[in-house]
Design a protein around this ligand. Structure first.
Ligand code: CMC
Length: 429
């Protein structure tokens, strides 16, 4: 793989470092030998210039606004594939044939129920707990229920744990929702597709028939596709780092969910909707845009900006289209928050501050309005993100476990605390 080297001058000494090239995207300088050669570390908080691993799963070109899964553009997957096919693609590297898809669907279906004891586990949570708190706890607890798939050295157990995770996550997410709203849990119905089954588990009640609206089910499926993976983002890196110590996959995914919760990451969809509601009307937009630009005000336009995309997030475009479809199907085409969002986007995209900093709407900008029209409260938005991202996390975790270069993740630091000093007895302090 090594095609060229770079020479780095350190204190008069020249050090040669390998450069590695991927299929597409920037080359990387392999600094693995830097410390050995120079006794120096590199410093890159936030990993803005650091590739943490090699991966074959997802590629992003942030300047061009391109997102590929295993080489396939997100636009094509969202238009022509369903979530099950995208799951297969992420996990196995290729789109499934008809027979492979059917077999994969059958295997997932066998794992959609959760251990019955888990429903009693739920009652330990406070009734008003945030569903993300419930998700972190419950997914972490899966390793207590499924000991037989926690040996990460066994490929069969890894495969079973992966299927369990993808299959059970809708059931757990729906249980978190039902617990949140005080309704009885609804069991999975395995003759429904992934998205329809999830909507039914969320919105059906035992006392009446529930028929899934196919337009809403297709929209839900597309939302899952849009969030399925996004290379080495904060939560995925968390999953990989947790897994690098040999922790079991259920614990690693729980760590990923915890990281996703933050408002700078998956929590942005909830924060974006709350922000649009707070703005309320189009005439108040300039006030909020001014606040977002004010360095003395911590306020940011939620659903705007991205570490990697310095162009329109391709997922945001598809999400906007999905928003129109859902609002139409749900009879909310005059949603006042949609008007605020569209106008806010227009104003921000013609503002010098946002143009210069290359801040564009990201996937979370329109997802809140869409999810709300699907019937979900804002507190569930990040849960839905976690549900969709589970397959990406688990694909990345599997890739890491099988990577021959994999070692425990252990960053170094620039120490700026006290130098060595002598202990002073408490009586003399
Ligand atoms: N509103 C106003 N200013 C912003 C925003 C924003 N949403 N985002 C970035 N900036 C400014 C920021 O103040 C900084 O200005 P300066 O250079 O003058 O200090 C500059 O743009 C660069 O921002 P940064 O914070 O250094 O960039 P980052 O790559 O560390 O952060 C981000 C990326 C997504 C955390 C950030 O853009 C943000 O906080 N956005 C709002 C939250 C959000 O929508 N998050 C969802 C991300 S997409 C889904 C996901 O990955 O989960």
């Amino acid at each position: 793989m090594c095609e060229k080297n770079v020479l780095v001058a350190v204190d008069g000494q020249t050090v040669e470092l390998k450069v590695r090239s991927g299929t597409i995207g920037p080359d990387v300088v392999d600094i693995g030998s830097l410390y050995k050669q120079t006794k120096m570390f590199t410093y890159d908080p936030g990993f803005t210039s650091t590739a943490s691993c090699e991966s074959k799963i997802t590629y992003i070109d942030g300047d061009e606004g391109v997102l590929l899964h295993r080489g396939y553009p997100i636009e094509q997957l969202a238009e022509h594939a369903d979530f099950l096919e995208v799951c297969y693609l992420l996990l196995y590297g290729e789109l499934p044939t008809k027979a492979q898809k059917s077999d994969f669907g059958d295997r997932l279906t066998r794992h959609t129920m959760v251990h019955e004891q888990m429903s009693r586990f739920f009652t330990g949570y406070r009734r008003d707990a945030h569903p993300m708190a419930v998700m972190v706890g419950t997914v972490g607890a899966l390793s207590a229920f499924y000991h037989d798939s926690t040996d990460i050295t066994d490929p069969h157990q890894r495969m079973i744990a992966s299927l369990r995770m993808v299959a059970k996550m809708p059931t757990i997410a729906a249980m978190a929702y039902k617990y949140h709203v005080g309704q009885p849990f609804i069991y999975p119905q395995n003759d429904l597709d992934y998205a329809s089954n999830f909507l039914r588990m969320c919105f059906a009640v035992p006392c009446e028939e529930y028929v899934v609206n196919p337009v809403l089910a297709r929209a839900m499926d597309r939302i899952l596709i849009l969030h399925a993976d996004h290379e080495q983002n904060a939560s995925t890196s968390t999953v990989r780092l947790a897994g690098s110590s040999g922790a079991n996959p259920f614990a690693c995914i729980a760590a990923g969910i915890a990281c996703l919760w933050g408002p700078a990451h998956g929590g942005a969809n909830e924060a974006a909707l709350n922000m649009l509601a707070e703005i309320g009307t189009v005439d108040r937009i300039p006030e909020y845009v001014a606040r977002a630009k004010d360095k003395n005000d911590p306020f940011r336009l939620m659903g705007f900006g991205h570490r990697v995309y310095k162009n329109y997030d391709p997922r945001a475009k598809i999400m906007q289209k999905t928003m129109y479809e859902v609002l139409d199907a749900a009879g909310h085409s005059d949603d006042p928050l949609m008007k605020v969002a569209l106008e806010l986007e227009k104003i921000a995209l013609s503002d010098k501050y946002f143009i210069e900093k290359k801040l564009y709407p990201n996937v979370d900008f329109y997802s809140g309005i869409t999810l709300r029209a699907l019937g979900f409260p804002a507190t569930m938005f990040t849960v839905l993100f976690a549900l969709a991202r589970t397959v990406g996390w688990i694909a990345q975790w599997n890739e890491m476990i099988q990577d021959p270069d994999q070692r425990i993740g252990r960053p170094r630091q620039l120490y700026t605390g006290e130098a060595k000093r002598e202990h002073v007895p408490i009586s003399q302090r």
